[in-house]
Design a protein around this ligand. Structure first.
Ligand code: 13P
Length: 256
């Protein structure tokens, strides 16, 4: 495995937190604390209404702005939804698709996740595609099968060329917001399984260059050990990304 060919990406997922004015302050603080830390890409995925002011505050800094979801149609009668073109014009470079909370509370399926990812890529956004097993699946010993199936279904129809703009975030559901973190060995093993599936779909070169993050209670205390693993190319961070000092320490861990 050649980790050095991949750029580490540390992304925050603010979820439904931060009003626009709070977002501007947090972006500025994060930018200040991560200034010059060019050893990884730094991304903050913010609520829709925060994107434009956050992107404005991030101009000329190390911080890139992302969204947390996108609709698959270009426009039309889809009340409450946001298109990829809208995100781009507001200043987003990245978008999360398939987050567990979308799958669990908003009825997202592998089919709709795939459609959203394809629409985002076609419009020119970079996609952070989330997948992972629930606790019962891990206990039943079928984690590898579950993440393999999700990887195949969620990437269906996405080309090798488009894979340059796809990041996979492995987020074991039992570790999200629970304080329970996968061990570095568990994270490395499953990220490795996902990489093998990508090799099967697209070949070894694409697999070696695809960024695969770990997410689930990653924080400034455990990031060093997780990021040291050969298959873990970064993190998707919820709670700790809301506190610029904590998030910046994770960015520091990614510089090594
Ligand atoms: P926590 O870091 O709060 O566990 O959230 C992880 C996550 O869901 C990131 O997308």
């Amino acid at each position: 495995m050649k980790k050095e060919v991949r750029k580490v990406v540390i992304a925050g997922n603010w979820k439904m937190n931060m009003t626009p004015s709070a977002a501007v302050e947090a972006v500025k603080e994060t930018a200040k604390l991560t200034d010059g830390k060019t050893g990884c890409e730094v991304v903050l995925c913010v609520p829709f209404v925060d994107i434009a002011p956050a992107a404005d505050a991030a101009k000329g800094t190390n911080v890139k702005i992302g969204a947390q979801n996108v609709h698959f149609e270009k426009k039309g009668a889809f009340t409450g939804e946001i298109s990829a073109d809208m995100l781009l014009e507001a200043g987003a470079e990245y978008v999360i698709v398939g987050h567990r909370e979308r799958r669990q509370y908003f009825g997202e399926t592998d089919e709709t996740v795939n459609k959203r990812a394809r629409a985002a890529l076609a419009a020119g956004l970079k996609v952070i595609l989330c997948l992972g097993e629930v606790l019962e699946q891990r206990q039943a010993g079928i984690t590898d099968e579950i993440v393999s199936m999700q990887t195949k279904l969620d990437l269906s129809g996405i080309t090798a060329e488009e894979m340059k703009n796809v990041i996979i975030a492995y987020e074991p559901v039992w570790a999200i917001g629970t304080g329970l973190t996968a061990t570095p060995e568990q994270a490395d093993e499953v990220c490795g399984v996902i990489r093998k599936v990508i090799a099967g779909l697209y070949g070894g070169d694409v697999a070696e260059s695809t960024v695969i993050q770990y997410g689930g209670s990653m924080n400034d205390g455990n990031a060093d050990d997780l990021l040291a693993k050969v298959n873990v190319d970064g993190g998707l961070i919820g709670g700790a990304s809301l506190v610029p000092e904590k998030f910046a320490r994770i960015v520091d861990a990614a510089q090594k």
